[in-house]
Design a protein. Structure first.
Length: 112
């Protein structure tokens, strides 16, 4: 995938917002594709443990699940939960939220 950043880190929040709007308009697969690029660019620019990078990875997993791939969403969200726990501590609300979404997608994957 070609980086979305194109040398301008100030575009990343707008690209993330655009992905949310695309999902809200009903195209979760395209939103997941866009958010994957945002997360990759943020990891390169901000680092893997930056809160914005972790948030984008979280939303990428959510959009993947919204697009119908619960198994992949569960796998991605498990990684987000583990990284958030390592960075933020086990009781942080973002960690608990990621664990909740992991459980949701894992349950969806099992029921298919």
């Amino acid at each position: 995938m070609e980086p979305l950043l194109a040398g301008d880190p100030e575009r990343l929040p707008a690209l993330a917002s655009h992905a949310h709007h695309i999902r809200d308009a009903g195209d979760a697969a395209e939103a997941a594709r866009l958010m994957s690029g945002v997360a990759a660019d943020q990891e390169r620019v901000l680092g893997a443990d930056h809160p914005d990078t972790l948030d984008s990875r979280h939303w990428h997993a959510r959009f993947v699940g919204d697009a119908g791939d619960a198994e992949e969403a569960a796998r991605l969200m498990a990684q987000v939960a583990a990284d958030r726990e390592r960075v933020l501590g086990e009781d942080h609300p973002d960690v608990l939220n990621a664990r909740n979404w992991h459980a949701w997608f894992a349950g969806q994957a099992e029921s298919r």
